[in-house]
Design a protein around this ligand. Structure first.
Ligand code: G4P
Length: 540
């Protein structure tokens, strides 16, 4: 097949939601439609139910056996769909943020009972930073939830995006009748308890005054007519361009568990979601159809079997064709690397591939060359933007509990940081190590893995910092002065960039005011010249 055609048929996306909104259920239904799985229950929830390290490790172990669940590829109506999995637990939100840099669009699941929840807001902030196109699926319409108008208003307000309903629910909860699809002008009737593999076809009703509507819906028909009048009056017609630019999110209503509204969602998704697009790099923008291959690593999956140290690096292809056994240039280290057994992920299976195209995510076996964010090319020295580290919120100092194993501890920490498990900051020429995370659970995971995989034992001593931010200045004396004045609160990150630990929002605000010639960055993207993408935290 023609190379351009290969690119045109790819759709790479992720499903995001607050835990419990229905991401796993929706994923499973989409895979059923795509023929990638054949029975319900085949997709393992990646939820950490009790929130403990061993719980997390158990999930990782299961996923280690079938890492294919990190990327789920399937063919649907002539398109190659790559669905990237994201962790459910909030403490692993960084992993999700990084995955979002590798997709071209997202489907956001919102629970109609709970509405927009905190994690939804943070995930959407990341999508908004990159103008990622979003389709919203309001789930659990079989339950008594909030009114559709209220939900849509809340999405617009809290997620800072305009919405355009493409389907409209007819009642909800026990009296849920179905949806009227405004995109294909059809009525889809809900049958409670129906959980089939087939999405039924809608009943075409172009003109809402059609008496077929009264026949099917009885008293609900009049209400639907009023609602649709309102919707058409309030919301502008969907402009495809505005969806692609991340300004307007089309909205669907349904019930994933009942397989209701899922096929319409998927059918609309394939007709409007973007194919692989241009990607900004430090020196220029890379277009998918360029001849020369390029891609970046956004995730590293450790092999949890201590006898095998190899890891699997997940690479998103941005341009050109990737070929097995060809030499590629690893920009950060200047090494040329060859991959003998690159893998793709189809129908939940890991398969050896000969070639792959922009939009694809491939797995590369790695013995320690890769770090999150690394770029591979055919020789050009470029770095892709978009694998930011965000300012962590919990800080602890590493205390070595077994001096005989210092080397193992050192190596273990280095490798876990390469995988992006947490962030490391160094003081006293590297003798004092501070780890920063967004969640407590990561410390348990780090401690557990250091012991299991490296035989190194440590504990963590909490530090009373509120935020870490990267600092830079045109005038070196200014940062030197701050380093002198606040030496205990200045550290270096692993790339040698200066970091300031603020003790409180107030301290941060004052330090920023007192040091107007110093820039404070809340995401590491300023390092690649993309400082405008920084997520500045609210200071109360
Ligand atoms: P997540 O991945 O976003 O965390 O959510 P998940 O799909 O695991 O769904 C969370 C819970 O919501 C599950 O119930 C699931 O069955 C239920 N659910 C998903 N879609 C719908 C829906 O359309 N309607 C209703 N009523 N429930 C829905 P659970 O009891 O937590 O788990 P399980 O025992 O059913 O697996």
């Amino acid at each position: 097949m023609d190379y351009l055609e290969e690119i045109r048929k790819r759709r790479t996306f992720a499903i995001i939601s607050h835990p419990d909104a229905g991401k796993t259920t929706l994923t499973e239904k989409l895979l059923l439609f795509g023929g990638a799985i054949h029975v319900a229950g085949a997709v393992k929830s990646n939820k950490v139910k009790r929130g403990t390290a061993s719980d997390f490790m158990e999930i990782e172990r299961q996923r280690g056996i079938s890492v294919a669940t990190s990327v789920m590829g399937f063919d649907y109506q002539g398109l190659r769909i790559n669905l990237l999995d994201t962790p459910g637990h909030k403490d692993f939100a960084e992993d999700t943020y990084r995955t979002l840099t590798a997709v071209d669009s997202v489907i956001l699941v919102v629970d109609c009972v709970k509405g927009v929840e905190p994690q939804t807001e943070r995930l959407m902030e990341v999508c908004r930073m990159r103008n990622t196109p979003v389709i919203v699926f309001i789930n659990k319409m079989d339950r008594e939830g909030r009114s559709p108008v209220e939900l849509l208003d809340e999405i617009e307000e809290k997620l800072n995006i305009r919405v355009r309903p493409l389907s409209w629910p007819i009642s909800m909860g026990r009296s849920f009748k179905g949806v009227y699809n405004l995109y294909d002008r059809s009525l889809y009737l809900f049958q409670p308890g129906e959980n089939t593999l087939l999405g039924s076809d809608g009943l075409a009703i172009d003109d809402l005054s059609d008496c077929l509507l009264d026949e099917r819906l009885g008293d609900y028909a009049a209400r639907l007519r009023d609602d649709i009048d309102l919707v058409e009056g309030v919301y502008e017609p969907l402009e495809h361009k505005r969806y692609l630019e991340g300004e307007v999110a089309p909205v669907f209503f349904g019930s994933a568990i009942n397989n209701f509204g899922v096929k319409e969602l998927l059918d609309t998704f394939i007709s409007i979601a973007p194919e692989p697009g241009a990607r900004p790099a430090d020196s220029r923008t890379i277009l998918p159809h360029e001849d020369r291959f390029s891609g970046f690593v956004f995730k590293i999956h450790a092999n949890l079997d201590p006898r095998h140290r190899d890891r699997l690096a997940f690479l998103r292809i941005c341009s050109g064709k990737f070929e097995r056994n060809k030499l590629y240039y690893h920009v950060r280290t200047g090494k040329n690397l060859r991959f003998r057994s690159p893998a793709s992920f189809m129908a939940q299976e890991k398969l050896l591939i000969e070639e792959a195209y922009p939009g694809d995510v491939i797995g590369l076996y790695d013995t320690g060359n890769f770090k999150i964010g690394d770029t591979l090319t055919e020789g050009e020295r470029i770095l892709f933007h978009g694998i930011p580290s965000f300012s962590p919120e919990i800080f602890k100092e590493v205390v070595n509990m077994d001096p005989m194993k210092s080397k193992q501890l050192e190596r273990g920490i280095e490798q876990l940081m390469d995988e992006g498990v947490a962030q490391l900051f160094l003081q006293n020429d590297g003798n004092r190590k501070i780890i920063g995370t967004v969640g407590e659970l990561q410390f348990d995971v780090i401690q557990y893995r250091l012991l299991q995989e490296y035989g190194a034992s440590c504990r963590f001593s909490p530090l009373d910092f509120f935020k870490a931010c990267w600092i830079s200045s045109e005038v070196k004396e200014k940062t030197d002065e701050l380093r002198r004045r606040k030496s205990g609160r200045i550290a270096f990150d692993r790339d040698g960039h200066l970091v300031y630990f603020a003790e409180s929002p107030w301290d941060l605000k004052r330090t920023m005011e007192d040091n107007s010639e110093i820039s404070f960055h809340f995401s590491s993207e300023f390092k690649t010249g993309a400082a405008h993408l920084c997520a500045v935290p609210k200071i109360s």
